[in-house]
Write a protein that binds this ligand. Structure first.
Ligand code: CTP
Ligand code: MG
Length: 235
């Protein structure tokens, strides 16, 4: 049985100021962080893990940025698929379909956001160890730390939501290729992570505890934070 990584990288990064294919500013996955594009940090962590045999990067069909960078030396590890969809769920499903002839239904696929460049290598190993022993699979996640408020629709607090038992889902999320493809085909394009598609099959993915270093770069200030975390990780 093999492990593969599937990296959805077809978003426009609108909340970080990216404009998508039609506009000039490159999406966040191509913004420089400590002198290299953000997505390169993401790919380096996955490529360093010897158990992962191949990385499938899913780009938007209109992506004009990937080819601006040197990827020499990566040819054996990375397959670029230009079949991204209009939502993250569509991108992931299109990627799974496109890689289907290169893996078997029982192989593990780790779906990891291009926009999460600070995944600590030891957390990746922990996920492979723990979810790899699980019948369903699992995901990295962090117990919610802050007090949670629900608003009343007019910027006032309606209620405090008890945070006990609540987790923030991160990536990688790791499931078997066949099961994940079946789950995403059934779930439609509104879901925002793979685990929720698996949950809709009545299954219960394993939560593997990570920490707040594994941020998703979403807003412009997150680029600065990612640079600082990466400096610390690489020290
Ligand atoms: N993604 C994708 N295909 C899409 C939308 C998102 O592959 N149609 C990817 C992004 O490239 C990113 C990951 O999914 O690596 C997480 O999505 P998000 O942080 O929401 O990125 P964007 O959709 O690009 O950003 P925004 O929502 O601010 O536009
Ligand atoms: Mg998005």
């Amino acid at each position: 049985m093999s492990f593969y990584a599937l990296i959805p990288a077809a978003g426009s990064g609108s909340r970080a100021g990216g404009g998508g294919a039609a506009l000039k500013q490159a999406p966040k996955q191509y913004q420089p962080v400590n002198s290299i594009p953000l997505i390169a940090h993401t790919l380096i962590v996955l490529a360093r893990e010897p158990r992962i045999s191949k990385l499938f990067v899913v780009l938007s069909p209109g992506d004009v940025w990937w080819d601006n960078y040197e990827w020499q030396g990566w040819e054996d590890r990375i397959t670029v698929l230009r079949c991204g969809g209009t939502t993250r769920a569509e991108t992931v499903l299109n990627g799974l379909e496109a890689m289907a002839d290169q893996c078997s239904a029982d192989d593990w696929v780790l779906v990891h956001d291009a926009a999460r460049p600070c995944l600590p290598g030891e957390m990746l190993k922990k996920l492979l160890d723990e979810a790899g022993e699980d019948a369903v699979g699992g995901l990295l996640a962090v117990p919610v730390a802050d007090t949670l408020k629900r608003d009343d629709g007019a910027s006032r607090v309606d209620a405090t939501v008890p945070r006990a038992g609540l987790w923030q889902a991160q990536t990688p999320q790791m499931f078997r290729h066949g099961m994940l493809r079946q789950a995403l085909r059934a779930a439609g394009s509104d879901i925002t992570d793979e685990a929720s598609a698996i949950e809709q099959l009545g299954l219960h993915p394993r939560l593997v505890e990570c920490d707040s270093r594994n941020i998703k770069v979403t807003f412009p200030q997150d680029l600065l934070l990612a640079g600082l975390i990466l400096q610390h990780l690489n020290d």
